[in-house]
Design a protein around this ligand. Sequence first.
Ligand SMILES: Nc1ncnc2c1ncn2[C@@H]1O[C@H](COP(=O)(O)OP(=O)(O)OP(=O)(O)O)[C@@H](O)[C@H]1O
Ligand SMILES: [Mg+2]
Length: 242
Amino acid sequence: MEYHFTKHKGLFITGTDTGVGKTLIAGAVAKILSQKGKKTGVFKPIATGCKKTRQGLVSEDAEFLKRCTNTELGLEIINPVKFAKPAAPFACEKAENRKTDFVKIAVAYGQICSKNDYVIVEGIGGIRVPITKEIDVLELAKAFSLPVVIVARSKLGTINHTLLTIDAVRQAGLSLAGVIINGYDEKTKDFAEKTNTRIIQKLGKVKILTVVPFDKKTNMKKFIIGRKILKSLKKVNWLKIK
Ligand SMILES: Nc1ncnc2c1ncn2[C@@H]1O[C@H](COP(=O)(O)OP(=O)(O)OP(=O)(O)O)[C@@H](O)[C@H]1O
Ligand SMILES: [Mg+2]
Protein backbone atom coordinates (compact mmCIF):
# COMPACT_ATOMS: atom_id res chain seq x y z
CA MET A 1 0.00 0.00 0.00
CA GLU A 2 1.47 3.31 -0.96
CA TYR A 3 -0.25 5.27 1.78
CA HIS A 4 1.81 7.18 4.31
CA PHE A 5 -0.19 8.89 6.99
CA THR A 6 0.95 11.91 9.01
CA LYS A 7 4.13 11.14 10.97
CA HIS A 8 3.40 11.41 14.67
CA LYS A 9 4.39 10.15 18.09
CA GLY A 10 2.33 7.25 19.36
CA LEU A 11 1.67 3.53 19.24
CA PHE A 12 -0.05 1.03 16.96
CA ILE A 13 -1.76 -1.60 19.09
CA THR A 14 -2.33 -4.94 17.46
CA GLY A 15 -3.07 -8.35 18.90
CA THR A 16 -2.60 -12.03 18.30
CA ASP A 17 -6.34 -12.41 17.72
CA THR A 18 -9.66 -10.71 18.08
CA GLY A 19 -10.88 -10.27 21.66
CA VAL A 20 -7.41 -10.32 23.28
CA GLY A 21 -7.81 -6.93 24.97
CA LYS A 22 -6.52 -4.40 22.41
CA THR A 23 -9.22 -1.82 23.11
CA LEU A 24 -9.02 -2.21 26.86
CA ILE A 25 -5.25 -1.73 26.82
CA ALA A 26 -5.27 1.06 24.23
CA GLY A 27 -7.91 2.88 26.29
CA ALA A 28 -6.11 2.30 29.58
CA VAL A 29 -2.83 3.67 28.18
CA ALA A 30 -4.69 6.67 26.74
CA LYS A 31 -6.27 7.27 30.14
CA ILE A 32 -2.94 7.04 31.96
CA LEU A 33 -1.29 9.52 29.57
CA SER A 34 -4.27 11.89 29.59
CA GLN A 35 -4.28 11.93 33.39
CA LYS A 36 -0.58 12.83 33.28
CA GLY A 37 -1.56 15.90 31.28
CA LYS A 38 -0.37 14.61 27.90
CA LYS A 39 -2.73 15.47 25.05
CA THR A 40 -3.53 11.97 23.86
CA GLY A 41 -5.59 11.05 20.83
CA VAL A 42 -7.16 7.70 20.05
CA PHE A 43 -7.87 6.23 16.63
CA LYS A 44 -9.74 3.16 15.45
CA PRO A 45 -9.36 3.53 11.67
CA ILE A 46 -11.65 0.62 10.76
CA ALA A 47 -14.29 -1.09 12.89
CA THR A 48 -16.61 -3.95 12.02
CA GLY A 49 -19.53 -5.34 14.02
CA CYS A 50 -20.73 -1.77 14.62
CA LYS A 51 -24.11 -1.21 16.21
CA LYS A 52 -26.87 0.50 14.26
CA THR A 53 -28.06 3.74 15.85
CA ARG A 54 -30.19 6.65 14.66
CA GLN A 55 -26.94 8.50 13.96
CA GLY A 56 -25.73 5.59 11.80
CA LEU A 57 -23.19 2.88 12.58
CA VAL A 58 -21.26 3.26 15.84
CA SER A 59 -18.20 1.31 16.98
CA GLU A 60 -18.21 0.39 20.66
CA ASP A 61 -14.40 0.28 20.56
CA ALA A 62 -14.36 3.92 19.41
CA GLU A 63 -16.85 4.91 22.12
CA PHE A 64 -14.69 3.26 24.78
CA LEU A 65 -11.47 4.83 23.46
CA LYS A 66 -13.06 8.28 23.31
CA ARG A 67 -14.23 8.01 26.94
CA CYS A 68 -10.66 7.23 28.04
CA THR A 69 -9.42 10.65 26.89
CA ASN A 70 -10.48 14.27 27.21
CA THR A 71 -10.85 14.63 23.44
CA GLU A 72 -13.58 16.79 21.94
CA LEU A 73 -13.14 15.01 18.61
CA GLY A 74 -16.24 13.13 17.48
CA LEU A 75 -16.68 9.44 16.77
CA GLU A 76 -16.68 10.14 13.02
CA ILE A 77 -13.04 11.23 13.34
CA ILE A 78 -12.00 8.63 15.91
CA ASN A 79 -13.46 5.87 13.71
CA PRO A 80 -13.85 6.93 10.06
CA VAL A 81 -14.54 3.52 8.48
CA LYS A 82 -17.38 1.38 9.84
CA PHE A 83 -19.06 -1.84 8.86
CA ALA A 84 -22.05 -3.56 10.46
CA LYS A 85 -21.18 -7.22 10.09
CA PRO A 86 -18.88 -8.78 12.71
CA ALA A 87 -16.33 -10.02 10.18
CA ALA A 88 -13.06 -9.03 8.52
CA PRO A 89 -13.33 -5.71 6.64
CA PHE A 90 -12.67 -7.52 3.34
CA ALA A 91 -15.70 -9.74 3.91
CA CYS A 92 -17.77 -6.70 4.94
CA GLU A 93 -16.83 -4.57 1.93
CA LYS A 94 -18.39 -7.16 -0.35
CA ALA A 95 -21.46 -7.81 1.79
CA GLU A 96 -22.14 -4.13 2.51
CA ASN A 97 -21.12 -2.91 -0.92
CA ARG A 98 -18.76 -0.21 0.40
CA LYS A 99 -15.01 -0.04 0.19
CA THR A 100 -12.56 1.02 2.90
CA ASP A 101 -11.67 4.62 2.11
CA PHE A 102 -7.98 5.07 2.96
CA VAL A 103 -8.06 8.76 2.10
CA LYS A 104 -10.80 9.23 4.71
CA ILE A 105 -8.57 7.41 7.22
CA ALA A 106 -5.59 9.63 6.35
CA VAL A 107 -7.64 12.82 6.73
CA ALA A 108 -9.17 11.79 10.08
CA TYR A 109 -5.76 10.72 11.40
CA GLY A 110 -4.26 14.04 10.32
CA GLN A 111 -6.93 15.85 12.35
CA ILE A 112 -6.26 13.75 15.42
CA CYS A 113 -2.49 14.32 15.13
CA SER A 114 -2.92 18.07 14.76
CA LYS A 115 -4.83 18.21 18.08
CA ASN A 116 -2.70 15.81 20.14
CA ASP A 117 0.89 15.23 21.21
CA TYR A 118 0.53 11.48 21.23
CA VAL A 119 -1.80 9.08 19.39
CA ILE A 120 -2.83 5.54 20.16
CA VAL A 121 -4.10 3.59 17.17
CA GLU A 122 -5.98 0.32 17.56
CA GLY A 123 -5.80 -2.14 14.68
CA ILE A 124 -8.54 -4.62 13.91
CA GLY A 125 -8.37 -8.30 14.81
CA GLY A 126 -4.84 -9.59 14.19
CA ILE A 127 -2.24 -8.45 11.67
CA ARG A 128 -3.18 -10.75 8.79
CA VAL A 129 -6.82 -9.71 8.83
CA PRO A 130 -7.69 -8.62 5.28
CA ILE A 131 -9.02 -5.12 4.71
CA THR A 132 -9.16 -5.38 0.92
CA LYS A 133 -7.97 -8.09 -1.46
CA GLU A 134 -4.46 -6.60 -1.36
CA ILE A 135 -4.25 -4.79 1.97
CA ASP A 136 -4.19 -6.39 5.41
CA VAL A 137 -3.75 -4.89 8.88
CA LEU A 138 0.03 -5.23 8.65
CA GLU A 139 0.02 -3.08 5.50
CA LEU A 140 -2.20 -0.59 7.29
CA ALA A 141 0.23 -0.51 10.23
CA LYS A 142 3.06 0.33 7.81
CA ALA A 143 1.22 3.42 6.65
CA PHE A 144 1.31 4.82 10.20
CA SER A 145 4.99 3.96 10.82
CA LEU A 146 4.34 3.86 14.55
CA PRO A 147 6.01 1.45 16.98
CA VAL A 148 3.88 -1.70 17.24
CA VAL A 149 2.65 -3.23 20.50
CA ILE A 150 1.33 -6.79 20.36
CA VAL A 151 -1.34 -7.73 22.89
CA ALA A 152 -1.26 -11.48 23.56
CA ARG A 153 -3.23 -13.90 25.69
CA SER A 154 -1.61 -15.51 28.71
CA LYS A 155 -2.99 -19.01 28.27
CA LEU A 156 -2.20 -22.14 26.26
CA GLY A 157 -1.84 -21.39 22.54
CA THR A 158 -0.30 -17.97 22.94
CA ILE A 159 3.31 -18.94 22.16
CA ASN A 160 2.44 -19.92 18.61
CA HIS A 161 0.20 -16.91 17.93
CA THR A 162 2.63 -14.45 19.46
CA LEU A 163 5.79 -15.73 17.75
CA LEU A 164 4.01 -15.71 14.37
CA THR A 165 2.87 -12.14 14.95
CA ILE A 166 6.34 -11.00 16.06
CA ASP A 167 7.91 -12.49 12.92
CA ALA A 168 5.42 -10.82 10.62
CA VAL A 169 5.85 -7.40 12.28
CA ARG A 170 9.64 -7.63 12.02
CA GLN A 171 9.56 -8.87 8.44
CA ALA A 172 7.44 -5.88 7.50
CA GLY A 173 10.27 -3.67 8.78
CA LEU A 174 8.15 -2.14 11.53
CA SER A 175 9.56 -1.17 14.88
CA LEU A 176 8.34 -3.66 17.48
CA ALA A 177 7.94 -1.95 20.85
CA GLY A 178 7.14 -5.20 22.62
CA VAL A 179 4.48 -7.62 23.78
CA ILE A 180 1.86 -7.21 26.50
CA ILE A 181 0.66 -10.45 28.03
CA ASN A 182 -2.95 -9.80 28.97
CA GLY A 183 -5.45 -11.51 31.20
CA TYR A 184 -2.90 -13.29 33.39
CA ASP A 185 -4.44 -15.17 36.28
CA GLU A 186 -2.27 -14.19 39.25
CA LYS A 187 -3.31 -17.33 41.13
CA THR A 188 -2.80 -19.61 38.17
CA LYS A 189 -1.83 -23.23 38.70
CA ASP A 190 -1.73 -23.74 34.96
CA PHE A 191 1.73 -24.82 33.80
CA ALA A 192 1.42 -23.26 30.34
CA GLU A 193 0.23 -19.93 31.69
CA LYS A 194 3.07 -19.85 34.22
CA THR A 195 5.75 -20.51 31.60
CA ASN A 196 4.43 -18.75 28.45
CA THR A 197 5.70 -15.22 29.18
CA ARG A 198 9.31 -16.25 29.69
CA ILE A 199 9.29 -18.49 26.61
CA ILE A 200 7.86 -15.74 24.40
CA GLN A 201 10.48 -13.31 25.68
CA LYS A 202 13.30 -15.77 25.03
CA LEU A 203 12.32 -17.30 21.71
CA GLY A 204 10.83 -14.11 20.31
CA LYS A 205 13.82 -12.05 21.53
CA VAL A 206 11.26 -9.48 22.48
CA LYS A 207 10.58 -7.09 25.31
CA ILE A 208 7.63 -8.04 27.49
CA LEU A 209 6.36 -4.54 28.26
CA THR A 210 4.19 -5.77 31.12
CA VAL A 211 1.98 -8.63 32.22
CA VAL A 212 -1.57 -7.37 32.71
CA PRO A 213 -3.58 -9.41 35.20
CA PHE A 214 -7.14 -10.50 34.67
CA ASP A 215 -9.21 -8.00 36.66
CA LYS A 216 -12.83 -8.98 37.17
CA LYS A 217 -13.74 -5.42 38.17
CA THR A 218 -13.33 -4.37 34.53
CA ASN A 219 -16.54 -3.52 32.69
CA MET A 220 -15.98 -1.97 29.28
CA LYS A 221 -19.69 -1.34 28.68
CA LYS A 222 -19.67 0.86 31.79
CA PHE A 223 -16.24 2.29 30.87
CA ILE A 224 -14.66 0.81 33.99
CA ILE A 225 -11.03 -0.30 33.82
CA GLY A 226 -9.92 -2.45 36.77
CA ARG A 227 -7.28 -0.91 39.04
CA LYS A 228 -4.93 -3.87 38.65
CA ILE A 229 -4.90 -3.28 34.90
CA LEU A 230 -4.01 0.39 35.26
CA LYS A 231 -1.34 -0.43 37.83
CA SER A 232 0.45 -2.89 35.55
CA LEU A 233 0.31 -0.48 32.59
CA LYS A 234 1.64 2.42 34.66
CA LYS A 235 4.91 0.50 35.03
CA VAL A 236 5.72 1.16 31.37
CA ASN A 237 7.29 4.44 30.25
CA TRP A 238 5.09 4.82 27.17
CA LEU A 239 6.52 8.13 26.07
CA LYS A 240 9.99 6.62 25.77
CA ILE A 241 8.96 3.96 23.27
CA LYS A 242 10.29 4.61 19.77
N1 LIG B 1 -7.08 -7.99 31.79
C1 LIG B 1 -8.40 -8.14 31.66
N2 LIG B 1 -9.19 -8.33 32.74
C2 LIG B 1 -10.52 -8.48 32.63
N3 LIG B 1 -11.19 -8.45 31.44
C3 LIG B 1 -10.46 -8.26 30.33
C4 LIG B 1 -9.05 -8.10 30.37
N4 LIG B 1 -8.60 -7.91 29.10
C5 LIG B 1 -9.68 -7.96 28.30
N5 LIG B 1 -10.81 -8.16 29.02
C6 LIG B 1 -12.18 -8.29 28.52
O1 LIG B 1 -12.14 -9.04 27.32
C7 LIG B 1 -13.04 -8.53 26.36
C8 LIG B 1 -12.31 -8.22 25.05
O2 LIG B 1 -11.45 -7.11 25.22
P1 LIG B 1 -11.25 -6.03 24.10
O3 LIG B 1 -12.56 -5.56 23.56
O4 LIG B 1 -10.32 -4.99 24.61
O5 LIG B 1 -10.52 -6.93 22.97
P2 LIG B 1 -10.06 -6.51 21.49
O6 LIG B 1 -8.79 -7.22 21.23
O7 LIG B 1 -10.05 -5.03 21.37
O8 LIG B 1 -11.23 -7.12 20.60
P3 LIG B 1 -11.62 -6.75 19.07
O9 LIG B 1 -10.80 -7.63 18.22
O10 LIG B 1 -13.08 -7.06 19.04
O11 LIG B 1 -11.35 -5.28 18.85
C9 LIG B 1 -13.69 -7.31 27.00
O12 LIG B 1 -14.94 -7.68 27.53
C10 LIG B 1 -12.73 -6.93 28.11
O13 LIG B 1 -13.37 -6.26 29.18
MG1 LIG C 1 -11.11 -3.81 20.05
